[in-house]
Design a protein around this ligand. Sequence first.
Ligand SMILES: [Zn+2]
Length: 273
Amino acid sequence: MNMQTDNPNARWRPSALIGASFLLHGAALAAVAIRPAWWPQVLAAIVANHLLLTVCGLVPRSRWLGPNVTRLPAKAAARGEIAITIDDGPDPVVTPAVLYVLDSYKARATFFCIGERALRHPELCREIVRRGHTIENHSQHHRFGFSFMGMGALRRELAQAQETIAGLIGRRPAFFRAPAGLRNPLLDPILAGLGLRLASWTRRGFDTRTSNPDVLVRRLTKGLRAGDILLLHDGNAACLEDGEPAIYQVLPLVLEHVRNAGLHSVTLDEAHR
Ligand SMILES: [Zn+2]
């Protein structure tokens, strides 16, 4: 499998915080070289900087570590578009039911699939695309420790999923969503190299943890407006009291709300055209 997916033309531009962190490290080295006795203060400054970077990586919608799509572009909002994004699939039972609901509302969605799951269900991936939806990159394995990975492991997670998904559907993902939305400062240059844009969301219901459909629908629709990006799960979803995944009940209610608000759901890709 060809893993040479890096785009040599893509230039990484560090965010202001990352740029300032580089400068701080340079200044720290210089300070210790000139005045070795300052090392405790210099060390404290470096530790504080790393703590700040870590905290920024734990806030899924933050832009401090690099660009992050949290809403659709203004032109998409002006068209009355929202985006429903569905993570952690494909799932051989849940995803087909989700596709049926989306069809019945003529809604298109973006599936952030896990590479290894996509590999297990190639026909389902092709069916997602046949129905007008898109599949984007949610890493190859959805590792618990994703935000602690080094550069090589992160690059492998993203590049493998790019290859997997491109191999299955013939289209290379344009967006990446970090597992649980958590990341570290090393991710941004890798995204740039692979030509991927980080995408989080405007609102989520926490449907991997909450099993009350009313609460989930309220979180996803209260104050809903054009340009919002919604997050749901077809994989790893919490089950309601009847044992069914939350998305079965929640998605139709959300789509009903979207329709009544005069909005319509498109793919992230479509919204960025
Ligand atoms: Zn996920």
